[in-house]
Design a protein around this ligand. Sequence first.
Ligand code: ADP
Ligand code: MG
Length: 611
Amino acid sequence: MSHDNAVPFRAEMRQLLHILTHSLYSDREIFLRELLSNAADAINRVRFVQLTSADVRDPDLEPGISIRVDADANTITISDTGSGMTRDELAENLGTIAKSGTKAMLETLEAGQRGDLVGQFGVGFYSAFVVADRVTVVSQSYLLDAEAAEWECDGNDTFVIRPATRDTRGTTITLHLKDDAKEFANDWKLKQIIQKHSRYVPVPITIGDDVVNDTQALWRVAPRNVEDGQYTDFYQQLTYEMDAPLATVHISTDAPIDLHALLFIPAKRERGMIERRIEGNVALYSRRVLIQAETKEALPTWLRFMEGVVDSEDLPLNVSREMVQGSATMVRIKKTLTSRVIKEINDLAQSDANTFASFWNEFGIFFKEGIAVDPSAKDEILPLLRFHTTVGTDLSTLDEYIARMKPDQTEIYYVHANDLASAQQSPHLDAVHARGIEALLLTDMVDPFMIQHVREVQGKKLRNLDDSDVVLPGEDSAQTSVLSDEQLLAVVEGFKRILGTRIESVQASSVLRNHPLRLMATANSDMERMRRMIDRDTSAPTRKLEFNQANPIIAGVANRLVHNPEDSVAAAVIEQLYASAQLLDGSALEPAAMVKRIETLMQAAVSAPLE
Ligand code: ADP
Ligand code: MG
């Protein structure tokens, strides 16, 4: 690259400039947030290098960002004492989209989601061109042998790089404001924007001689001295969220470990959060230096929806990103934070049932995952669990369920299904309804995984109602036999012939009341459910079949089969009864076959003699 030669941007960059200047127009002020966060990042970068190396230009330079406005020249100049950039870095970092937030934003735009751009992403350096028609960047890298260089771009297709002078390490960005952006050449206006978007940048920002942000890290302030509004502001500036957090956990102690943490439960769970194996949203600091923006060691993976900041001076002096992993201090921090988060959520459940309900709705599934993957946390998590049950519409804890158990009831009963309405319709519930017993309704994908690890609560075993060995307490009204021996035999033979190896056995039920039949496990059906989910196995599992001889559909089938064992309507009805029971259990299904069968049945129905 020769001096002063115009270098063309990559194609996508032109597209980006175009999109940015148009779509960010109403949020133009965020350019300042972006440039200040880059400056703060650069200052952090050099501090991080200084933790382990003395070979840094101007090692004693005070960290800081200063802003100067020249209203006559219509410029804003932002200067930092950060890492600076070499000539090559200027070309690379400011000439390509690289892996910056800008790229993620472009991808979202391409996917056609225009809304709420600014809310979701850092839009990056190029937001400068929303207010400026010319930008110059003069930079001196912290590397001892690097020379200063200047980058310049007038918002068109090219940029230039030329040698420059800068006395000390850092970067100076000058924005030549567009005519319609003159309003930003105003100290007061810039102070306001900083209060709104950049108040908690952990480096002093000065305009003229005044420091205009809160340089003391909020997480190091004693909780009693922090107002709720400050937590909300901090959260919004940290995450770019518009909503207030659902709950805030602030820990600030020096002993037994030095630990200052500010953690937030967001109001909503991010889309895709359950499936995604993200690293964690917690930023780790030590001695005011950001060690890692996404620290998976600070909290267990099942708390990966939490956002915030953790700061400890007890991490080793030469802490590095690799060191974080093996650090005993980190293990203690994680344990402390986990217990504290659980405690806060328990307190929330006691003090604010509504907020807790929306919390559980968004994040409950993560706690079930916690039980499945983290046995050491089980006892702490168990009291948080909430379940739908057959009684009422409120969610219930296990303890509450146990308190409502019948005097002679020794087990906790549950059914699985893929959704609540199906669970409520489960044929396995006929028996418990008849006896006035309550059952848990489990509908989350993670439930079978969780149940494997719960097993027993207060000495009461958990029991799937599809288990044919279940012996329910209490009396059931005696089942009257309504079918003749001949009819019974015809039905049993019919099921066996039509369903073949899909069923292990067929018998008349002693417990079914409302449903024509149910399918019962041949082994531990929770394990089977897990395995099928993992293997994406959609074949029909072998089942034991129980039919309700008092049910009019079964009686009708019996009649037809006695008349003709090969009756095609009876065969279609049997197939459909079996498929319906599978549907309610949330097991295998063949939509194409079912649609055809239903057509056969509808044909038979409309062909019946007119009433
Ligand atoms: P991001 O901050 O998400 O990486 P940006 O578009 O904001 O994306 O910035 C691109 C890159 O330019 C940064 O990653 C950084 O390497 C470099 N950069 C920007 N501003 C500065 C600065 N003030 N000092 C040093 N490097 C900077
Ligand atoms: Mg940035």
